[in-house]
Design a protein around this ligand. Structure first.
Ligand SMILES: [Mg+2]
Length: 425
């Protein structure tokens, strides 16, 4: 029995999450904005049909959205992250191998039945996901990852297929591959696409049939892999374990410019606490910290600064990272500069399983254990209750420069207090 590769993609994911959590906007046109309510980053299919473009600044479309009665939501990454986890957990149960590719996309494998038809399996999975999570998905099936991606693309276009397409059971795929432009093929970047177009290769069929010598000379093994995958020979395997993170960056734009060290300290403290708890969540340690800030790039008084500190012993401890970060903040701060963004990067990450201590450091070990226990307690309390239930004093915000989220959905799936109350007589 042959194995099929499946590509699953949640449709208009952020917009679908918002519609799932708030039934009053189900089936209606909505858009989701980026951090600080800057740009339009997601549209429901209804908004897309009304001609609202992606990536455009919100202020330019504010009036038009109002006129067309299109609802607006600030991005709620906590909600999207939680919905993504639920989706992936469900998919894991119904597929053999699963590779989580992004917040709303996964690759999977499944054995083909005797009649080779996976349409009913796909239909059931789609119904199950919608029933349990309330989000529509598209399913692309093929012999390889590249073909399953193409299949998914087609699934979204052919409405009568109800979001499922299987290119793997089609003998002569030319008709479909002809319709896929080279820049729509997974793995073909801007440069490769321009190079191919210069040589008259414009679609997936032509790329599949390109001479191996020609593509290898320019793109080596990467090019050959894409060509082979298009031919149906699987070269890119499913990776069930995600590669370890190399760095963690937490940064935000402020709702309005800040110019005091006190405010910058508050912002950096907040980001440090988010970054260090992420580090612990992934069981990693960091041995280098970078703090950075910037004014508006177009301002006359443009200022940008960053500072890095290497640590002797890798850590994930909030108190240690906070102390170092605040001394770096002092270094990068310059008075009378209107800062619009700041952040922290934790780099030189390593696994916590192989922690290396410094010889003759026994005296500090006790203190370290205390700090580790404190982090654990804070993480658990914040996980069980609401984010920021317990936090460090330096991160308490006195003025509200935090990013603008004027249109945030008030409901979420991650805090007890936002669960709606139902009364029954
Ligand atoms: Mg998607």
């Amino acid at each position: 029995m042959s194995k099929a590769i499946i590509q699953i993609d949640a449709n208009n994911f952020y917009a679908s999450c918002e519609q799932m959590i708030d039934p009053s906007i189900k089936g209606k046109a909505i858009v989701v904005l980026s951090n600080n309510d800057g740009c339009i980053i997601a549209r429901s299919s209804e908004a897309r049909k009304m001609g609202i473009p992606m990536g455009q600044p919100y202020y330019k479309f504010k009036n038009k959205l109002k006129q067309l009665n299109i609802k607006v939501r600030s991005s709620n990454y906590e909600l999207y992250g939680d919905m993504s986890n639920r989706l992936m957990e469900l998919l894991k149960k119904h597929c053999e191998e699963l590779e989580i590719y992004s917040i709303d996309e996964a690759f999977a494998t499944i054995k083909r039945p005797k009649d080779k038809c996976l349409y009913h399996w796909g239909k059931d999975l789609r119904a199950l996901v919608y029933q349990n999570i309330g989000i529509p998905i598209s399913i692309g099936i093929g012999e390889t990852k590249v073909l399953s991606k193409i299949s998914n693309h087609i699934a979204k276009k052919i409405h009568k297929n109800s979001g499922i397409f299987d290119i793997g059971i089609i003998e002569n795929k030319d008709h479909y591959l002809n319709q896929i432009k080279v820049d729509q093929i997974w793995g073909v970047g801007k440069r490769m696409s321009a190079w191919l177009k210069d040589r008259g290769i414009t679609n997936a069929k032509e790329l599949r049939d390109i001479s191996s010598v020609q593509i290898r000379a320019q793109y080596g093994i990467v090019g050959i892999r894409i060509k082979n995958e298009l031919k149906g020979n699987s070269c890119i395997t499913i990776k069930e374990k995600p590669p370890a993170r190399k760095e963690i960056c937490v940064s935000r734009s402020f709702a309005y410019p800040i110019d005091s060290l006190e405010e910058l300290n508050q912002a950096i403290s907040q980001y440090v606490l988010i970054a260090s708890s992420k580090l612990r969540k992934h069981n990693q340690l960091s041995s280098a910290i970078t703090i950075f800030t910037t004014t508006n790039i177009y301002s006359k008084d443009f200022y940008k600064s960053e500072a890095t500190k290497k640590l002797k012993i890798a850590t994930s401890n909030s108190a240690i990272i906070l102390k170092q970060s605040l001394s770096l903040t002092k270094k990068i701060f310059k008075p009378y500069k209107n800062l619009i963004k700041a952040g922290i990067i934790l780099h030189k990450l390593q696994s916590n399983n192989y922690k290396q201590n410094i010889l003759f450091n026994e005296g500090n070990r006790q203190k370290e254990l205390h700090l580790e226990r404190l982090d654990k307690i804070i993480d658990n309390i914040n996980k069980r209750n609401k984010k920021n239930t317990l936090n460090w004093g330096s991160s308490i915000i006195k003025k509200d420069w935090t990013p603008r989220r004027d249109n945030l959905s008030y409901l979420s799936t991650t805090t007890l207090e936002s669960i709606p109350t139902v009364f029954a007589n």
